[in-house]
Design a protein around this ligand. Structure first.
Ligand code: GAP
Length: 482
């Protein structure tokens, strides 16, 4: 992660948030190339999952939302992290992360002969086998820390007894809305984009021609007051989600079939559209303990980040839980009319939910390559932040610079995406700078260009060069950027 972090800062992918004032924990700013990459990923997601399908519509719901939405969804009561504090160095950490990281480093620990009050030997054995403690309550985690003397990862010599008890903290950000007094002024920054799709369900049904099965998709910011582990943008308090609620009639559609179809689409998006290596991906099915009580099946697509396999994208069959909850709390029916039977149907839902920032971190981790002295980001050309760079061989020869400017202006007009100009340093250094941000093509205008109207096109991945007529350049690059 250190090499990636250094590259992020050096080349303008990601900067620490509020750095000028000493920084603000768990926040990040995206620099010029990072912003382009993030936008390209979002646009591609939108195109693939909304624009190119005929069973999807989009939504852009408010970030600030009524407190009753979050009461109905269960977030005000149950959306919390179990945290524990080291009494010595005051580090606050998520208890599940502390335990899972410790277990993965101490797989060979002898668990025989331990006595528990709230845990059971079977539960502990499963945790050592799966390296997961999801579904454990604070008392169970506190007991594990105590029984196995789990040390503080920061100050290292802190035995289990010096931890506080594990306690739960709600993740939602409450906000007070201006002039309205009392409870009415309480609102929340949304903790997930998903609720927008349930709250606007009837609006979408009444204002469009959708028919079951159909999905509502949304890309946008969500906010969670999380403690993070410092793995760049993997987990932040403000992040972007790309979520889909896919509504269907359980009497007419087989949920397993739909679920598997979504698995395939997610996999294809990551491998074919984003070009990620399949060996760095795996599916993980949630156990009964881990899965939410209303979910019939949940699977995570995990990516092998520099800090290990972690959740990239969740897929859950949530039954009709969310619509039913909102029906109950809002006292309004949330149904569609079946045009064949004229009966009311309360749809069930399958939810693929991904963090756009995690897709961003994944494509950068996956593309990062060192070849001798050369660091190259082998990003899929479709999402590369800069599509092409144009260089005059020498910056002090007016004929070369003039010709290069003509090519640059032409490509700026004709290529979909960013084209940059660079005349600093020698050609080798310019190549290295572009390789580090993953620019697929570098075009050099040299003395031959003045004679025959051809340019050198250098390919990022193979570093090979070919001569191409200027008249063919835009078409050739555009076809390779698809
Ligand atoms: N509506 C379901 C939902 O929000 P989630 O597993 O909490 O489910 C979905 O979030 C996805 O959002 C995750 O798989 C992850 O990619 C991303 N995500 C969640 N919390 C995040 C955070 N704090 N920072 C960055 N991405 C996050």
């Amino acid at each position: 992660m250190e090499k990636l972090n250094a590259l992020f800062k050096r080349r303008g992918f990601v900067y620490p948030g509020s750095e000028l004032y000493g920084g603000l924990a768990n926040t990040y700013d995206y620099g010029p190339v990072g912003t382009e990459l993030l936008r390209n990923i979002k646009n591609l997601w939108w195109k693939y999952f909304v624009q190119k399908r005929d069973d999807m519509v989009g939504l852009d719901a408010s970030l600030i939302s009524h407190h009753k939405i979050w009461e109905a969804s269960g977030h005000t009561a149950g959306f919390s992290d179990a945290l524990v504090d080291c009494k010595k160095c005051k580090t606050r950490i998520r208890a599940d992360h502390l335990l899972e990281d410790w277990i993965s480093l101490n797989k060979e620990t002898d668990t025989a002969g331990k006595t528990y009050h709230v845990l059971t030997p079977e539960k502990v054995a499963i945790a050592f086998e799966t390296e997961k403690v999801e579904g454990w309550d604070p008392q169970e985690m506190s007991e594990f820390i105590h029984v196995f003397s789990v040390p503080c990862p920061k100050c290292k010599d802190n035995p289990g007894t010096e931890w506080t008890q594990v306690r739960k903290f709600n993740l939602l950000f409450p906000i007070q809305l201006g002039i309205i007094e009392g409870e009415q002024s309480l609102a929340y920054l949304r903790g997930e984009t998903a609720q927008g799709m349930f709250v606007d369900f009837t609006n979408v049904v009444n204002s469009t021609r959708v028919k079951l099965p159909f999905g509502i998709a949304q890309v946008g910011k969500s906010f969670r007051n999380e403690i993070t582990l410092g793995n760049s943008v993997f987990r932040t308090i403000e992040f972007e989600q790309g979520e889909i609620e896919y509504f269907f009639d359980p009497k007419k559609s087989d949920w397993n079939h739909l679920f598997n179809g979504w698995k395939e689409s997610m996999w294809n998006f990551v491998t074919e559209q984003l070009g990620v290596h399949t060996e760095n991906l795996r599916w993980r099915e949630h156990s009964d303990e881990e899965r939410s009580f209303y979910s019939k099946r949940t699977e995570d697509l995990e990516y092998n980040f520099p800090f290990g396999f972690k959740e990239l994208w969740g897929l859950a069959y949530r039954t009709d839980y969310d619509l039913s909850q909102h029906e109950k709390h809002a006292q309004k029916e949330l149904v569609v009319n079946d045009p064949e039977t004229n009966e009311k149907v309360k749809p069930h839902v399958i939810e693929p939910a991904v963090g756009i920032n995690r897709l961003f971190l994944m494509v950068l981790s996956d593309a990062y390559t060192e070849e001798g002295e050369r660091v190259v980001l082998k990003l899929h050309p479709k999402i590369a932040p800069v599509k092409a760079a144009v260089f005059p061989l020498l910056k002090n020869k007016t004929e070369l610079v003039g010709k290069a400017r003509d090519v640059y202006t032409m490509l700026k007009q004709e290529i979909d995406g960013i084209v940059v100009w660079d005349d600093r340093g020698n050609i080798g250094k310019r190549y290295l700078a572009q390789d580090e941000i993953g620019t697929p093509f570098c075009i050099t205008i040299d003395f031959d260009t003045l004679e025959d109207d051809t340019v050198t096109v250098r390919d990022r991945d193979s570093a090979s060069q070919e001569r191409i007529a200027i008249s063919e350049l835009s078409n050739l690059l555009s076809s390779k950027l698809q």
